[in-house]
Ligand binder design. Structure first.
Ligand SMILES: C[S@@+](CC[C@H](N)C(=O)[O-])C[C@H]1O[C@@H](n2cnc3c(N)ncnc32)[C@H](O)[C@@H]1O
Length: 283
């Protein structure tokens, strides 16, 4: 069937064509994972011979991908910003769109007279993508990372340990900002990538990711509305709220945010495709 790196990649590309829009890249990413080498080494040495065990292992992984399992779940890792996060089917696969939240947060912190301690809440932390990336880049930050899913928090903990920031991240199993409200805890920055897919769209798409990570209710904004009810109590004066949103939700979420924070500067950040992506609220 195949015996070298180059042959393995062509075989896998064939298996994945029609299943994935990026069959060639997926074939490389899975082989890189199976062999424990980097992509440059794969590309530089297509003639490299595989052992029988490596062939069998790669074949099993590619067959799972061909069966429709997402590549990140098959290999258990996925890149986000400048990290490589552990992912399992308990968490959303981190998306490049969410990197706009990180960029906006880092840009805002850079222009602040930052308090010696920066308090951050990551609401709906999932894999810990936002919490861990911000904790790694902002060494003065302490992060409250909240999720309803205990299994997701387990993955966020593994990522916090992987990047040596676990002592600065408090994992909370709970509903949105409820615990922080109850404790009277305020933060300088709230970042939230909550579920925002409306139920009609959710029915139409095949999803391997947890429904809890995707389902935003009838119009997609259930969680965002509830967050905006709580956020004014938790966001400290001069603080920043960042909410990732779906394409086409910008006007509605900006209006809701302005109502929740009447004196705030509210603006919309679009992604590289020009879609509404992040609502930026400076209190
Ligand atoms: C879209 S995923 C985002 C995950 C991660 N922040 C990221 O950007 O990759 C949304 C997350 O919110 C969590 N979630 C859903 N409802 C919640 C709620 N009421 N309170 C806290 N977390 C919630 C889900 O379990 C899921 O992990």
């Amino acid at each position: 069937m195949f015996g070298t790196v180059g042959e393995a990649i062509s075989w896998a590309r064939g298996m994945l064509t029609g299943v994935s829009d990026s069959a060639g890249l997926d074939a490389q990413l899975v082989l890189k994972h199976a062999l424990g080498i980097d992509r440059a080494a794969l590309i530089a040495h297509p003639e490299r011979a595989l052992t029988l065990e490596q062939v069998a292992h790669y074949r099993r992984l590619i067959e799972r991908c061909a069966g429709g399992e997402p590549v990140p779940y098959v290999i258990g890792r996925w890149p986000f910003f400048d990290l490589e996060l552990i992912v399992t089917p308990a968490v959303l696969i981190p998306r490049p769109e969410t990197e706009h939240v990180i960029e906006a947060a880092l840009a805002w912190v850079k222009k602040q007279d930052v308090p010696t301690k920066l308090h951050i809440a990551d609401v709906g932390t999932g894999s810990g993508a936002i919490a861990v990336t911000l904790a790694k880049h902002l060494t003065q930050a302490r992060v409250w990372a909240v999720d309803l899913s205990a299994a997701a928090l387990g993955v966020a903990h593994q990522n916090a340990v992987r990047y040596d920031v676990e002592t600065r991240i408090v994992l909370i199993e709970g509903d949105l900002l409820s615990l922080l409200v109850a404790q009277g805890q305020q933060v300088n920055l709230i970042a939230a990538n909550l579920p925002y897919i409306n139920q009609e769209d959710l029915k139409a798409i095949a999803h391997h990711e947890p429904r809890l990570a995707l389902d935003g209710g009838p119009d997609g904004l259930d969680l965002i509305r509830r967050l905006l009810d709580q956020a004014p109590q938790v966001l400290a004066p001069n603080g920043l709220l960042l909410m990732e949103i779906g394409a086409g939700q910008g006007q509605r979420v900006c209006a809701l945010a302005q109502k929740a924070f009447p004196g705030a500067q509210v603006r919309l950040i679009t992604d590289y495709a020009g879609h509404d992506r992040v609502v930026h609220v400076e209190k």
